[in-house]
Design a protein around this ligand. Sequence first.
Ligand code: RFL
Ligand code: PHB
Length: 390
Amino acid sequence: MRTQVAIIGSGPSGLLLGQLLTNAGIDNVIVERSTKEHVLGRIRAGVLEEGMCAMLDEAGAGARMHAEGLPHDGVNLAFDGSLHRIDLHDLTGGKRVMVYGQTELTQDLMDKREETAGQTVYEAADVVPHDFAGDKPYLTYRKDGVEHRIDCEFIAGCDGYHGAARKAAPEALLKTYERVYPFGWLGIIAEVPPVNDELIYANHPRGFALCSMRSQTRSRYYVQVPAEEKVEDWSDERFWDEIRRRLPDEAGEAMTTGPSIEKSIAPLRSFVAEPLRFGRMFLVGDAGHIVPPTGAKGLNLAASDVRYLFDALQEFYREKSPAGIDGYSARALNRIWLAERFSWWMTTLMHRFPDTGEFGQKIQHAELDYLVQSKAAATSMAENYVGLPY
Ligand code: RFL
Ligand code: PHB
């Protein structure tokens, strides 16, 4: 098989890049390790920046997001028993975020790909990128016991943190930066109305809690737990008791509880690989970087990577210019490090750390006070939360 751009991974990065390329008449094939159902079964992001929404529109897959997504003009911080609203809309001159699940967005992009006859190979095992240092790269993979090869002009590694693309990068050229946090997030989804119209990020002596949502009738809630915690030890009842205790009384008492339909623990990590380009292979999205979910930036960063790479590939094919491709890594990394900083900052602000002691807690408290007292501090948070410009 031959194509112009071989894409590894059919998560949001791969699907979005694939659709923009297809719309621009650039041939591409997506090769995905799992089944379609498995990809759609992963419950992840929920908060989209305007830049991400605009790209879904550009891909031609934004209609359902506009119809069913929930635009939010503000977000709440909870500490010391009260809620403090950060008015994202006023502080940023009219920007907002969109609450719309990654599962839905992935489904919309898959539907669009099917409609435009884009090719995706699911259940492709042992995907390996080859010869990307030269100008005739190719991918190999196995499906149903048969070896396959895709010759291409570029390889886009959109295959997440555990993917094959970063693993294939020459060790001598790759530098990684990492911080692992000593806790995880235990998350549930339940068919109950959300406790608040907007999100609540809570700093509490028992640990962080987050109240998010997927719709007016479906809630997405998280609590900070120790890194070694087991999900089996958390009955629904224990979860509801714990999250209620971490919220201001008013919110805890108003919370509707019900059986969970999903429950899992996600570790928290900051990670960046540099560079994001190795000859004719690029790293995009989680393949190149991870943020802790506290600032809701992971999926949104994947979208800005796709923006830069799509523009670069278009420039290459339309204008025969390699300038965009040469600049991809530096351009993407600039925005990535800004989002890494914000996600690390918000994680540090909101969680209980086992080893920072009372001094650390006093500083955290002073920072929260500063955020609600100072318009400058709140504006800084708001402009990062809604997303820095591309
Ligand atoms: P994905 O989604 O991991 O997709 C990668 C795809 O590649 C496939 N794959 C392979 N295919 C072929 N060969 C291989 N060797 C392969 N290895 C892997 C995988 O099967 C998969 O289909 O990466 P992508 O596309 O870069 O997208 C990144 C986002 O998924 C991620 O950044 C976000 O989910 C992060 N995130 C959030 N981001 C936000 O912007 N806002 C949020 O509110 C938000 N909340 C979250 C989050 C992530 C979470 N978890 C569980 C990590 C909340 C949570 C709890
Ligand atoms: C979510 O709804 O899953 C969500 C929302 C905000 C975050 C992280 C996750 O910061």
